[in-house]
Design a protein around this ligand. Sequence first.
Ligand code: FAD
Ligand code: NAP
Length: 316
Amino acid sequence: MPNTITTDLLVIGAGPAGYTAAIYAARASLSPVLVAGLQPGGQLMITTDVENYPGFASAVQGPWLMEQMAEQAAHVGTRIIHDIITTCDFAPADGGPFRMVGDSGDVYLAKSVVIATGAQAKWLGLESEQRLQGAGVSACATCDGFFYRGRNVCVVGGGNTAVEEALYLTHHADHVTLIHRRDSLRAEKILQERLFNHPKVSVVWNSEVREIIGTGTPSVVTGVCLADTQTGVEQTLATDGVFVAIGHSPNTGIFRDVLTLDDEGYIVTVPGSTRTSVPGVFAAGDVQDKIYRQAITAAGTGCMAALEAERFLAHG
Ligand code: FAD
Ligand code: NAP
C-alpha cells in the first residue's frame, strides 16, 4: 500500500547540494524530507581522494565526506528516504502542493522542492563500448581499477576526471595511456603536472576512439582503434581496459516536461539564484551548473536553495 508523505520542503538528491539544502532547511525548522535516489552520496561516492573541499588539511576520501554530510543532515532533523522520484507534477490541477511519485509507489506532497539530482557519466556512444561494458569497458576507475593489476589500460578524456582516473589507475595497472581528442588538456595544471611526470603514463594526443576491440568468447577488451583527428590515419592500440571519462550529463529526464531546461538538458535558473521556471521549485548543484561542477559549489547552491525555499514558504 503506497504511503503519502507530506512536507514543507522536499529535497530530491543526496549529493553535496541535496545534503546542504537539507541541513539548512532542517535548521530553519522546515523538517525537510530528502529522497536519495540510486546513488546516495552522489558522484563523490565513486572517487577516492578529495583535496579541494575546504576544512581538511589533507585529502579526505569521497565516500567518507558524503557519509559525514548524510549524518549531519539526519542529525539536524532531515528525514532521509531511499526512493527514486519518477514523476513530478509542478502544476497540480487542484492548485494543491507539488506532487511527486517515487519508484516505490509512494506519493510526496510538498509546498516547495529543491532539485539536486546531479549528473552522470557520458559515454562515447559506440556500439562496441556498450557491448563490452563489464568486459573491459568502465566509467569508474575507483570501482573497477582493482581488476587491472599488472595490466595495461586506457583512459579517454582530457578533463579533471580523466586525469584523476589515469593517476588512480597507476596504483593498479602496469601502464596507463590517456587518449585525448585535442593537443591540450582542460584538467587543472597541478593534475596535468602529476600526469606528465608519472613514469607509468603516456598520452596519445589528437585521437578519437573509433572502436573498442573485443576478442574471445565471451569477448573481452583487447584493444582500441584510434583515428588521428588531423590526418584521419587509424592505428590500433593493444589494451586490457578502457575507462571512459568524457564528462557528465545532468539528471533531468523527469523534469523535461515540467521545467525549463537549456539545450544540454541543464535546469535553467534565474541568474544569481536557484529559482527555476516554477515558483517554489529550486535547483542546486550540477543539475543546473555546467561551468563549475564542484562539490563546494554544489554545497553552496544547496545552501542558497534552502534559504530561497525558506523565504518562499514564508512570503510566497
Ligand atoms: P551529485 O553528487 O551528482 O548527486 C546527485 C544525487 O541525486 C545522488 O544522490 C542521486 O542518487 C540523486 N538523484 C538523481 N536522480 C534522482 C531521482 N530521480 N530521485 C531521487 N534522487 C535522485 N568535485 C570536487 O569539488 N572535488 C573533487 O575532488 C571531485 N572529484 C570528482 C571525482 C569524480 C570521479 C567525479 C565524477 C566528480 C568529482 N567532483 C569533484 C565533482 C563533484 O562530485 C560534483 O560536482 C558534485 O558531486 C555535485 O554534487 P550534486 O549534489 O549536485 O550532485
Ligand atoms: P569535463 O571537464 O567536461 O571534461 C570532459 C573531457 O572529455 C574534455 O577533455 C573533453 O574534450 C572530453 N570529451 C568530451 N566528449 C568527448 C567525446 N565524445 N570523445 C572524446 N573526448 C570527449 O568533464 P570532467 O573531467 O568529468 O569534469 C566534470 C566537472 O567535475 C568539472 O567541472 C571538473 O572540474 C569537476 N571535477 C573536479 C575534480 C577536482 O577538482 N579534482 C575532479 C573531477 C571532476 P575537450 O577538452 O576537447 O572538450
